[in-house]
Design a protein around this ligand. Structure first.
Ligand code: NAP
Length: 318
């Protein structure tokens, strides 16, 4: 038998958990499908589980660890009665009322039915899509310095990207590595000034400007990067035993592909507020935001979604 809920929240990053706190306090008894621990794209707690210190979330003057912040949000949602489940939505049907969600591919019957859904499935790491990358993932190639940095003690490694994520990864990795080469395709960083200053001041960080990665080298483990100078087109090998990819993210929209309106860049189109083109389907956080992408804006949009859901349900007399 399916569980019925007034609000199903899919995702447990700052958007999903803030929506859960607000919905639970509004007595809507939300079910929250958190994601699966084994997955890098939709693990419980979202991308902040992969970060170190968060210095810009208001209320924490000394900063706070990503996992600790998410643990706090989770505890706060549970305190008000949100039903949190560590599993994954395999399929979502927003073409019928109530909406239907399957937690197992094998079931005919949906596991959960819901009057409203908040999609807060976040985003996942973009990859370079070059030879060797997929094969060497977890064999010296990673998208998460916090998770894997420890394994690169005393090694020469590379971080690919020029945004805040890349610099954050590079700075964190200097705790372990002998050297960190930041490989960036342009001659200017996209990252915030404060992160740039820290990176420039760190003696362990080198910069490979105007450098495009052509291939990740190595048989069973990473042994280097084949790169090209974008100005001269000259190729050479960068000898590193670890590579971290930090070139941005893509939204996790698989559950609504073909149903919800997406923007040109593939994010769920919202507005006004968290409303999507499908009545009763709301979206919050990185799955619908390719502009701000901050923990605090994500949390704010989760709050908006909860308020929108509450008013929408009330207007329908549900
Ligand atoms: P981002 O700002 O989009 O930066 C992505 C970087 O990767 C850019 O430098 C880009 O190069 C490069 N890139 C993209 N595709 C590439 C490709 N195919 N090959 C090589 N390089 C490629 O992404 P992000 O760093 O993940 O940051 C996302 C958002 O989160 C931002 O708003 C950021 O401020 C925020 N953030 C904040 C913090 C913090 O405040 N502590 C930490 C992490 C992230 P180009 O510059 O040439 O486009």
């Amino acid at each position: 038998m399916s569980d019925h809920t007034r609000v199903l929240i899919i995702g447990s990053g700052p958007a999903g958990l803030t929506a859960a706190i607000y919905c639970a306090r509004a007595q809507l008894s939300p079910i929250v499908i958190e994601g699966e621990p084994s997955s890098t794209s939709d693990q419980p707690g979202g991308q902040l589980m992969l970060t170190t210190e968060i210095e810009n979330f208001p209320g924490f003057p000394e900063g706070i660890d990503g996992p600790e912040l998410m643990g706090n949000m989770r505890a706060q949602a549970e305190r008000f009665g949100a039903d949190l489940r560590v599993t994954k939505v395999q399929r979502l049907d927003v073409g019928t009322r109530p909406f239907r969600a399957w937690l197992s591919e094998d079931d005919d019957e949906p596991s959960v039915t819901a009057d409203a859904v908040v999609l807060a499935t976040g985003a996942r790491s973009l990859m370079l899509d070059v030879p060797g990358e997929a094969r060497l993932l977890s064999h010296g190639l990673s998208t998460c310095a916090t998770c894997d940095g420890f394994f690169f003690r005393g090694q020469d490694i590379a971080v690919v990207g020029g945004g805040d994520s890349a610099l954050e990864e590079a700075l964190f990795l200097t705790r372990f590595a002998s050297s960190v080469t930041l490989v960036h395709r342009r001659d200017r960083l996209r990252a915030s000034k404060i992160m740039q200053e820290r990176a420039f001041a760190n003696e362990k960080i080198r910069f490979a400007w105007n450098t495009q990665v052509l291939e990740v080298l190595g048989e069973e483990k990473v042994s280097g990067l084949r790169v090209r100078d974008t100005q001269t087109s000259e190729e050479h090998i960068l000898g590193v035993t670890g590579v971290f990819i930090a070139i941005g993210h893509v939204p996790n929209t698989a559950l609504v592909d073909g149903t919800a309106d997406l923007t040109e860049s593939g994010y769920v189109r919202t507005g006004p507020g968290s409303y999507t083109n499908i009545e009763g389907l709301f979206a919050a956080g990185d799955v619908q935001d390719d502009h701000y992408r901050q923990a605090v804006t994500s949390a704010g949009s989760g709050c908006m979604a909860a308020i929108d859901v509450e008013r929408w349900l009330e207007a329908r007399g549900a």
